[in-house]
Design a protein around this ligand. Structure first.
Ligand code: FES
Ligand SMILES: [Fe+2]
Length: 418
């Protein structure tokens, strides 16, 4: 049997992590190492990021044959391509010759994928179709690009790096009804921002999963977004009379709205009312885009459709635009957050929308959240870090995320130990 030099230490670290997961205090944030140690970060990559379905981009970014987008997932560069038949394919963005990354642009269009190093050339289906001067014995058919699982639903593209991907159908069945009315494949990216936050990816999520910090940190957002957790989060929305009435109306006009959490706690959809009189995330509360996001959804007040899927994405879909957020880990204490603003594909900047009005609230909100997460990381790095219980009123969403993380990780570690 081949033994790898670090196999024993890897197994010891994983065994220790299992014990720490089991011994944790479920009423508080995780202990320090989960947020800053290299070993725990590597375990997160191998147990979660390299095995789960991850949101990488939108169908509208790769509409035509040959259009592609690239993404870096931990150590893996990946390319997603629209093939000649209109299907989506994903490959490891690593040349089969000597390994060069093939496509370095974040997005582009190419009739074939040509490695810039020695020009090995791949068809859009990943076959190697040209490799100069490799001799008569060389078999091109053995050196196609390695494929990555790829799926799309509701305008969202997902990849999975695992050998065997988890069943995508439950995700599709859950998300599709909520997103189909909004026709996100008929939109365009009006604006995009990417931030590298100096914080562990779980701190970025924990910050996202509560609005306990909103009053003090998000004066722009709370002009339109309710801080009240019974209006925005969890099953408690069902006990909020205004939310319940809105759900009834929206569902009657063909917009699925009720709170729906997946059985494993990994993803959730719910349509949430904005504050009275607000229809969009602007300083005035008025629509930022004059043209509705989807031609078929003309009612201006449809609140915001919230969707999250751990570990990569949370989202807002409004009547006039949609905003997607993509989380990717960079290091134990660095996380990339990419935010995209989607509008109707025929909406015209300067005519139908003003880019500053469209993006202002969430750019400010992201900036404040970046500060929150970075300061949280600096404090957690301290040996004196000693977390107190979560607020049962405001931090149930954080508790839910951390519970998902711990049980998911524990399940994967136990599976691997078999
Ligand atoms: S590494 Fe790609 S062609 Fe040589
Ligand atoms: Fe925030």
């Amino acid at each position: 049997m081949v033994r790898y030099p670090n196999e024993d230490s890897t197994m010891t670290a994983r065994h220790a992590m299992l014990n720490r997961l089991r011994d944790r205090n479920v009423e508080t944030a995780l202990e320090r190492d989960f947020y800053c140690s290299q070993e725990d970060y590597q375990t997160d990559l191998e147990m979660i990021w390299y095995r789960d379905w991850l949101f990488v981009g939108h169908d509208c970014e790769v509409l035509n044959p040959g259009s592609y987008l690239t993404v870096q997932i931990g150590e893996f560069p990946v390319i997603v391509v629209r093939d000649r038949d209109g299907g989506l394919r994903a490959f490891h963005n690593t040349c089969r010759h000597r390994g060069s990354r093939i496509c370095s642009a974040e997005r582009g269009t190419a009739p074939r994928l040509v490695c810039p190093y020695h020009q090995w050339t791949y068809a859009l289906d990943g076959r190697l179709i040209a490799a100069r001067d490799m001799g008569s014995e060389f078999d091109k058919s053995k050196h196609g690009l390695k494929s990555v699982h790829c799926a799309s639903v509701g305008g969202y593209i997902w990849v999975c790096l695992g050998q065997v991907a988890p069943d995508f159908e439950p995700i599709r069945r859950h998300i599709e009804p909520y997103f189909l009315p909004h026709k996100l494949h008929q939109t365009k990216i009006a604006f995009q921002s990417t931030i590298i936050e100096q914080a562990n990816w779980k701190l970025v999520w924990e910050n996202n999963r509560e609005c306990y910090h909103c009053a003090a940190n998000h004066p722009e957002l709370i002009r339109t977004f309710p801080e009240d957790p019974t209006a925005t989060d969890g099953n408690s929305a069902a006990s909020n009379a205004r939310t319940a009435a809105k759900w009834g109306h929206w569902e009657s006009i063909g917009l699925p709205s009720k709170f729906h959490l997946s059985a494993n706690g990994q993803y959730r959809t719910v349509r949430t009312p904005l504050l009275e009189g607000a229809v969009s995330f602007t300083m005035s509360g008025k629509a930022a885009v004059q043209r509705p996001l989807a031609d078929s959804v003309t009612e201006p007040d449809i609140g915001t459709l919230l969707m999250y899927h751990f570990p990569t994405t949370w989202n807002h879909v409004l009547a006039d635009h949609a905003i997607s957020f993509r989380v990717l880990p960079i290091s134990p204490t660095q996380t990339q957050l990419t935010t995209k603003w989607l509008v109707h594909r025929d909406a015209v900047e300067g005519v139908d929308y003003d880019i500053r009005e469209l993006t202002g609230v969430w750019l400010a909100t992201n900036a404040a959240d970046t500060r929150n997460c970075q300061e949280n990381q600096i404090g957690v790095n301290s040996p004196a870090y000693d977390p107190a219980p979560y607020s049962p009123i405001h931090e149930a969403g954080v508790t839910q995320f951390v519970h998902w993380y711990c049980t998911h990780l524990e399940g994967r570690l136990l599976d691997d130990a078999k």
